[in-house]
Design a protein around this ligand. Structure first.
Ligand code: LMR
Length: 393
């Protein structure tokens, strides 16, 4: 049966994780997978998460099945965190998913069930798993221009020229904040222009929100999504709690469809039906931890404070690396790192230079130059700046 089964192409991020783990060199530096690290290089269980887990263990009396959508308290709490009351709850259908990846997949499945011919427009630089997930769901992906490499900033003209080509019923995938891999986010004005364009073209935005809280703050990072939700009849959302709750391996995500009130019940049933075909019930533990935190004033304050510490640390790493690179290279080509947001920046390096950083200096980043700013610390910033300057010579 399996004689002709093709071996899948390895996922670049996972391959990098494995290569880093197997590298025996002392002083190797991991700027690969999108995981937050503290100054000591650890990815700690967040304080509020630990406290909420203890509370769940003490109070939970059953682990019997819930509904296909998962725990309603989690769905409500996440709806409020994402949408901040921008739309009435009667317009929102959502289900819990095992992580943000399966939220993306379930939304793609939903699109295919509703409109198999829909094209999913994706920023030219994007999370490497977007295209495979879209293709696996049987949908066609089409790139739109996003980054101007010369400036390390948004290619505003290219973006809007390409989005003018979207057809009614197409879907446009947008990173809610902390664009992965460029770190280049939309301004409020960009979001307003995108909303107007999509409304005019009759296309549906699909917001992937994987880093809420790591850009400008929890509410500011959801500003674009809230703007779209308030202005467009249909908005799709995939959200992840991996990064902002540090719940990576627990797999906590949410797939959401914001639709006219009359369509909500159909969408809720469609999403639940799709869950039933793949994993039936979403995992409960991580979602319960999230709803426990968001539903308790003290735990929520503790979580927000720690998330803010994490956000500020990444911002500080950005400033430190930009300034060290400026000093070492004598050029401003890396200054944009300090302006970009979230975990990633796409460093202007060739694949050969990235390979040299890996081989000669034990610095791991994606082949296209994507580097995780959360992986830096006071020790590695000067080491990386020196190494990058040396491969540029
Ligand atoms: C990343 O982009 O590195 C993270 O989102 C982890 C993943 O699942 O790819």
């Amino acid at each position: 049966m399996f004689e002709s089964l093709p071996t899948p192409k390895p996922d670049g991020i996972i391959a990098l994780m494995q290569a880093f783990a197997q590298d025996p060199r002392m002083g190797k530096i991991d700027l690969g997978v999108g995981v937050y690290r503290d100054e000591a290089g650890r990815t700690p269980v967040m304080r509020a998460v630990k406290a909420a887990e203890l509370r769940c263990v003490e109070t939970q009396e059953s682990k019997s099945y819930l509904s296909l959508a998962g725990d309603q308290a989690f769905l409500d709490a996440m709806g409020a965190l994402l949408l901040g009351g921008a739309v009435p709850a009667a317009r929102v259908a959502s289900v819990g998913t095992p992580g943000g990846t399966s939220a993306v997949r379930q939304i793609c499945e939903l699109i295919r069930s509703a409109r198999p011919e829909a094209v999913v427009w994706v920023s030219a630089q994007t999370w490497p798993n977007h295209a495979p997930v879209i293709a696996a769901a049987g949908l066609k992906a089409q790139p739109y221009r996003y980054m101007d490499p010369a400036r390390g900033a948004l290619d505003h003209m290219g973006l809007f020229a390409d989005l003018e080509q979207v057809c009614a019923g197409d879907v446009v995938l947008l990173h809610g904040c902390c664009h992965n891999p460029t770190g280049i986010d939309f301004s409020a004005q960009d979001w307003a222009e995108i909303a107007a364009l999509l409304a005019r073209r009759g296309a549906v935005p699909f917001v992937d929100m994987a880093y809420q809280g790591f850009g400008e703050g929890l509410d500011a990072d959801a500003g674009g999504l809230r703007h779209l939700a308030a202005r467009l009849p249909e908005v799709l959302v995939a959200a992840s709690c991996s990064k902002n709750f540090g719940l990576y391996r627990e797999r906590v995500g949410l797939a959401m469809a914001i639709v006219p009130e009359t369509a909500r019940a159909t969408l809720a049933a469609a999403l639940a039906g799709l869950s039933r075909q793949v994993f039936a019930f979403p995992p409960d533990h991580g979602g319960r931890v999230v709803s426990t935190i968001l539903g308790d004033t003290a735990l929520r304050a503790m979580w927000q404070a720690e998330l803010e510490e994490m956000r500020l640390r990444v911002e500080e790493n950005r400033r430190a690396l930009a300034s060290a690179l400026h000093a070492k290279t004598g050029s401003d080509r890396f200054d944009m790192i300090a302006q970009q947001r979230g975990m990633f920046s796409l460093l202007p390096l060739s694949p050969d230079q990235v390979a040299q950083l890996h081989a000669d200096h034990g610095i791991y980043m994606m082949g296209d130059g994507r580097a995780n700013m959360a992986g830096l610390n006071a020790y590695s910033v000067p080491v990386c700046a020196q190494a990058i300057a040396s491969v540029l010579r």
